[in-house]
Design a protein around this ligand. Structure first.
Ligand SMILES: [Zn+2]
Length: 422
């Protein structure tokens, strides 16, 4: 599935996302004295979309960097065993992956330029530290430490600690070679991405779809008689705040009583702080207590998000296996299907028995360009989770991905795709 591919294909773009306001910490690229291509290789520990918060996986990484006197740079990056090399161009005005139709967003470009600075060693100091407000993690330090310099003045080994929008990694890369470069020949940058903005739309009786297309992320809203419940809290405090604003504008008289999320990955829970700040109670498995505490305690003092300015303590409810929200003959069951998800150790799906509708995050299906429904290992786990609980599901809603497809699928189509082998 694409999310897994993201771990290995791109450390910056495909899985990361942009949202305003832009974070601080834009590094100024110092001009190179004489142009060289410095190439590094190593294995880093990648913290990404894995089974538990904080889990890491080793990732072979190749990185070659060439910068000219104007501050334009070319990076040739290979992330993963035998991975194809991505060529990433960067000028003070734009950053883009060669071959892509659009340049990277402002936030993605900032993450990339921070990494350029970490590798540039232009200060000839043994340590480079960039402190910035990460849109999801709050105050964060990226760091590179060097040991010795080559005759050309580049570090012979670099220990890097780096965080981009969706992933973080730490590891040591050794200098493979330094070659002089005469001319960088920077190509013309592609145009900036444009598209629809955030929106909220009704997709069923008492069901709303809050879309943040630039992030390929969404929240769902389930409307009860006197309150609303949100499902998924995407990406970052700023993204979550955009979603909260759309929801509170749509439902001025109904508080967001509960904020639910499917799992700990950024597109499902990275924006939880915004929902906490809006007064919602987060419903989470008991085993996520430490994770929630970490989310609540993130330091946004340099660029305050709403939670850092909120009065009162955020509230949460811990549950094991099941938790039911009910009012006036309507109910929503939060069900932790755990490792049946074949994705994370704890994974929540959301069952609306009256509507015979199941909401799930990123386990279900992809729709191919020809309209065919594609399924995989996670889909089989999801079906097992549904059938082992004998849930009479008629319709499924899916939280991710957003831009490539409609969020609903009749259960019969899902079953058919699985029985035909996807
Ligand atoms: Zn996930």
């Amino acid at each position: 599935m694409r999310e897994t591919a993201c771990l290995f294909v791109s450390l910056l773009a495909a899985c990361a996302a942009s949202v305003s306001p832009e974070p601080s910490g834009v590094p100024e690229m110092p001009a190179a004295e004489s142009m060289v291509r410095a190439s590094y290789r190593g294995v880093v520990e990648l913290e990404a979309h894995l089974a538990n918060p904080g889990d890491t996986v080793p990732l072979p990484l190749g990185w070659a960097q060439t910068c000219d006197a104007s501050g334009a740079c070319l990076v040739e990056q290979a992330a993963g065993e035998g991975a194809e090399v991505q060529r990433i161009w960067s000028t003070p005005e734009a950053t883009w992956i060669e071959g892509d139709a659009n340049r990277l967003s402002g936030e993605e470009a900032l993450h990339h330029r921070r990494l350029l600075k970490l590798f540039s060693n232009a200060d000839r100091k043994s340590e480079t530290v960039v402190e910035f407000t990460h849109p999801r993690l709050g105050t964060t330090s990226d760091r590179a430490t060097y040991d010795a310099l080559s005759p050309e003045g580049v570090a012979t080994a670099v220990l890097v600690d780096f965080h981009d929008g969706g992933v973080a990694w730490r590891g040591s890369l050794a200098l493979e070679g330094v070659t002089p470069v005469d001319d960088l020949a920077v190509p013309e940058a592609p145009p900036a991405k444009s598209g629809p903005g955030p929106s909220i739309a009704k997709i069923g009786e008492g069901l709303w779809d809050v879309r943040l297309p630039s992030l390929d992320a969404r929240s769902f809203v389930v409307e009860f008689e006197s309150f609303v419940v949100t499902v998924e809290a995407p990406w970052s405090s700023a993204a979550g705040e955009q979603a909260v604003d759309l929801i509170t504008n749509q439902f001025p008289d109904k508080p967001i009583r509960y904020a639910l999320y499917s799992h700990h990955h950024p597109h499902a829970s990275g924006g939880l702080r915004a929902f906490m700040a809006a007064g919602a109670t987060v419903v989470a498995p008991t085993a996520h207590a430490a994770y929630l505490e970490e989310v609540t305690g993130r330091d946004f003092s340099l660029e305050p998000d709403r939670l850092s300015k909120a009065k009162g303590q955020p509230t949460s409810i811990a549950f094991d296996e099941n938790f039911t929200i009910a009012e006036a003959g309507q109910s929503l069951q939060v069900i932790d299907i755990g490792e049946q998800s074949r994705h994370t150790t704890h994974y929540m799906m959301f069952w609306l028995p009256e509507a015979k509708l199941l909401i799930q995050g990123d386990l279900g299906w992809f729709v191919a360009p020809d309209g065919a429904v594609r399924v995989g290992g996670r889909s089989a786990g999801l079906l097992e989770a549904i059938d082992s609980r004998e849930l009479p599901v008629e319709t499924m809603l899916q939280g991710w991905p957003v831009n490539s497809q409609e969020p609903t699928l009749p259960m019969a189509k899902f079953r058919a795709a699985l029985s035909s082998g996807g």
